[in-house]
Design a protein around this ligand. Sequence first.
Ligand code: PGA
Length: 238
Amino acid sequence: MIITKDYTQLSERAAELIIDHMKNNPSLVLGAATGDTPKGTYTQLIKKLNKEDLDLSEIKTVNLDEYVGLVSEHSQSYWTYMKEYLYNPLNLSYNQAIIPNGKAEDLHKECERYEQEINRLGGIDLQILGIGRNGHIGFNEPYTPFDSRTHVVQLTENTRKANARFFTGEEEVPERAITVGISTIMKSKSIVLLASGQEKASAVQAVLNGQVDGAWPATILNNHPDVTFIVDEAAKNG
Ligand code: PGA
């Protein structure tokens, strides 16, 4: 576990860790998280990569989730986020992105396709995770089965409230999303979980208690052999 003074330091440490993986593996499959927390990491990553001479053309990113019902061009879709925070600044080819299609006609088929696509890539090498106030990872809300694969979820009221800040109001937040499952996440070779701010303290505490508890999905990470928690003091101490 790495405890940082603040969010900036957290973002720098996470970016350094990603770059180390990129250097060791030019065809890295990077599990990408969205939300507020990783924005600083991506900003630092871009800054640091601009000083490096790394070929990123073989890297793939695999997103954790996408809202159901939003066209990919929607301002709050996670594909728009990826373009803004990673793809456009780094000039990556859009072909390098793997992201669920929230507008798929058959959502269950789409989930199956997504899971197969991850397997075809040989799995996720390095998964970046944020954590919800309720301990969710991806959109795996409390009591999601630990053996879940990519699936459609009904977002909880709390999650929709938390994400309303990105929309014009809570009623605009989609009610469902496609998310990789907890077992999909657990199959990643390495995992980095980022937590910043006092509102994450209860969830972080649950994880650090070391007990696996379905009420706090992120606690399953205690069973993974290669997880780095990068948390700032506010998230650690509340
Ligand atoms: P946040 O979201 O980074 O915007 O706080 C994290 C999450 O809900 O997983």
